[in-house]
Every structure is written in structure tokens, then in C-alpha cells.
Design a protein around this ligand. Structure first.
Ligand code: MN
Length: 398
């Protein structure tokens, strides 16, 4: 049995450093491709999204930045400084900048892999604008996801597309300030159903390497085929100095946008275990951008975020409790059962009392969900927003 109360000296500093970025779109009404079910308390504009994120940060103490989507969160020709000031007013800062080259009609046949040179140039210009926005708001991350791909065999030349994407990414890398990191996200399918241009971590790693030293791979926990060993991918990326960050969410079938750990908390634990193992091996905590990318359409948005951050903290703490010296010794003896049990021992340890203690020591509510429910915030904003958006309907994904 691991006595958790003895571990505060190890766990507290790690928890202090464990920051999780919230997505602006996670507070808005979203749906499936079959439709949206609206929530009275869902945020309708960037001010409300940042207010909700600020509310979550106040409760959790671990979410100081908010990821933004350029087309959804910045008005055309708006001074990005205004959005940064709005964030500051709500007690948070702007985090990763997410360009949007998947929504406009011109991208029907792709953005950075479109056979039209002028459309590739338009996509590159939007990416460059996003770098400028990042500079203006002091963001460290340009987070890239492309919907590019093809739907049928023979539709397009796969290698021509690889070269086109590489050219643009290299160009954008050259435009980034030296303290900015480019995150390259991969996804096996959807919206393309035959060959997505950045379909897996190997392709993302290739594009990152080709773009330049400040480009890294972004692992979205929901973007894998069934039974993919995500923790092995994470361990490899760490060892290759190519892991840039995570998008947290969970899935049962495909890209389901479920809250993290709702389906398979042991897998998330094993991912954190590999990160901790890397720290044990190298003595360094690598810079990893932990970000939430979930927008479930039925759970209340704020509660879903609190739940995700809370479970992320718990699973991370559990990984920090693995007895790594004992694990190395039992591995050396080829003692499979003991080695596995060392992981399970940490996984099944109830870290909630220690997490509550850490929160109290940081002047945070011991039970943030309960504190949120007691605060009346949800009912208050629901009433305001119900009045403001009296006739909700239609609109984009977020
Ligand atoms: Mn994602």
C-alpha cells in the first residue's frame, strides 16, 4: 500500500507545475454532425468563453491559459490585444493559437495540400496571420490541425500533397518568433475518409522534423484507432524530443469528444507513467503543452471541464507515485507480475485526499465541482445568456 500522505513533497511541486489549457470552443454550444442541443449556459462569444474559463481557473488553480480558434474567437481585423485584455480581465491569458483552414468554401479540395497554388498561398497567409496574432497576445504555441485529405483512391497524388504540406509548414516555421512552438496534430480519419494528409504520428513527426526544430507533434488522445498503444507513441516522441503536447479527451469509438478518463482512465495513467519515466531517466521534465480538446454536446460545459482537469490531476499524481527504483529492479529480474503490480499499486491508490490537501494548501476549494455547484455561476450566466440569445439556431460547430 502506498501511503499518499507521505508523498506531498514529491507530488505538490509536480502538481504546481502541471498546467492544463482550456479550449475556448469547449464552452460553446457544439453538437454532432446531426445537430446541436443548446444549453442555456453555453458561451456565445469570446467574452463569455473567457469568463467561463476564468471561473474554472479560479476553482482549479491550474488552468491559466485558454486556447483560441482564430476564426471563431477574433473578429475580422480586430486588434488581438483586445482579446488578450479581455482574457486578463477574466484572470486568464491566451494560450495556443488554432488557425482555421478547414471551414471556408475555398478549402473544399484541401488547404495546404490543395493542388491550387493560390489556395495553398491563402492558407499559408492565414497561418502567418495566426503567427502574428500569437505574437501580439504573447502566445507560445501555434497549434495546427488540418482537415486535408482525400476520400477515394485515385483522387489525388498522395506524395504531391506531402510535398505541398511540407513546403507550407517550413515556410510558417520560418515566420515564427524564436520562443514559439509549432504543434502538428494528426488524426487518422474524418473529414477525409480514404487518406488523411497527416494521418498518424509518423507523418506528424516527419512534418515536424521537416519544418524545423521548433515544430513538435501534438497527440490528441481521441485521435487513434482502437487498441493503438498511445503511451508507446508518447514514449518514443519524448525520446526523440518531438513531443509538443496533448489534446485531452476520451473516446469509445472514434473522435467522440468525451471527457478525459471517462472511458479508459488506465490508458491516461499509462501515458503519464511514460512521461514520468522519461523524467526518471533523464532528470528533466520536458516542456509539454497539456490542453483540453473536448466539447461534449450534452454534459454541462463548465462541469465537464472541471471533471477533466480533476481526473487529469488524479491520473498524473498516480503516475508520480510509481516506485521507479523498485520497478527497474523487478524488470531486471524479469518479474512480470511484480512489475505490473507496481504500476497497478500506484493506479489503484486513492490520491483524492492528497489532491484535496494540495488544493487547500493553495487556497483552492477541496472539491471544485461542489464549489462550482454552490457558487450559482451556472444559473446566473444561464439566465443572462437565455435572455441575450433568445432565438438560438444554426451556426457553425462552435
Ligand atoms: Mn485535437
Amino acid at each position: 500500500m502506498i501511503k499518499v500522505t507521505d508523498r506531498s513533497d514529491i507530488v505538490y511541486p509536480l502538481l504546481d507545475a502541471f498546467k492544463i489549457e482550456l479550449p475556448s470552443w469547449g464552452f460553446a454550444d457544439t453538437g454532432t454532425r446531426f445537430g446541436k442541443f443548446f444549453q442555456d449556459a453555453a458561451a456565445g462569444d469570446i467574452d463569455e468563453k473567457l469568463a467561463d474559463a476564468g471561473h474554472v481557473h479560479k476553482l482549479m488553480g491550474s488552468c491559466p491559459t485558454v486556447a483560441v480558434h482564430v476564426l471563431w474567437d477574433f473578429k475580422k481585423n480586430q486588434d488581438p490585444g483586445e482579446v488578450a485584455a479581455l482574457a486578463a480581465r477574466h484572470g486568464v491569458a491566451i494560450g495556443s493559437i488554432n488557425p482555421n483552414v478547414f471551414q471556408n468554401q475555398e478549402y473544399k479540395w484541401g488547404s495546404i495540400t490543395n493542388r491550387s497554388e493560390s489556395i495553398r498561398a491563402a492558407a499559408a497567409e492565414h497561418l502567418h496571420d495566426s503567427v502574428k496574432i500569437g505574437r501580439a497576445v504573447g502566445s507560445q504555441y501555434l497549434s495546427l490541425w488540418f482537415a486535408d485529405g482525400i476520400n477515394y483512391p485515385g483522387q489525388s497524388d498522395i506524395i504531391a500533397r506531402k510535398h505541398w504540406a511540407s513546403e507550407v509548414l517550413k515556410q510558417i516555421h520560418g515566420q515564427m518568433p524564436h520562443d514559439m512552438t509549432m504543434l502538428v496534430e494528426y488524426k487518422p480519419f474524418e473529414p477525409a475518409f480514404y487518406a488523411t494528409d497527416i494521418a498518424d504520428w509518423g507523418m506528424a513527426a516527419h512534418f515536424a522534423r521537416a519544418a524545423g526544430p521548433r515544430a513538435k507533434v501534438l497527440v490528441d488522445t481521441g485521435h487513434h484507432y482502437q487498441s493503438t498503444n498511445i503511451e508507446q507513441i508518447v514514449a518514443w516522441l519524448l525520446d526523440e524530443n518531438l513531443l509538443g503536447g496533448f489534446h485531452f479527451n476520451d473516446r469509445k469509438y472514434a473522435d467522440d469528444d468525451l471527457t478525459m478518463g471517462s472511458i479508459d482512465p488506465y490508458q491516461i495513467f499509462r501515458i503519464f507513467h511514460e512521461i514520468e519515466n522519461h523524467r526518471f531517466r533523464t532528470g528533466e521534465l520536458p516542456p509539454i503543452a497539456y490542453m483540453v480538446d473536448q466539447s461534449h454536446n450534452l454534459k454541462p460545459k463548465i462541469e465537464a471541464m472541471i471533471q477533466t482537469v480533476d481526473i487529469a490531476q488524479q491520473l498524473y499524481m498516480k503516475a508520480c507515485l510509481v516506485d521507479r527504483k523498485a520497478l527497474a529492479a523487478s524488470q531486471a529480474r524479469e518479474d512480470l507480475v511484480q512489475s505490473e503490480n507496481i504500476l497497478r499499486e500506484a493506479f489503484f491508490t486513492d490520491v483524492r485526499p492528497l489532491l484535496a490537501d494540495w488544493r487547500k494548501a493553495r487556497h483552492l476549494p477541496a472539491d471544485p465541482l461542489e464549489a462550482h455547484r454552490r457558487s450559482g455561476y451556472e444559473a446566473k450566466v444561464a439566465a443572462e445568456r437565455r435572455k441575450k440569445y433568445s432565438s438560438k439556431g444554426g451556426g457553425g460547430y462552435a
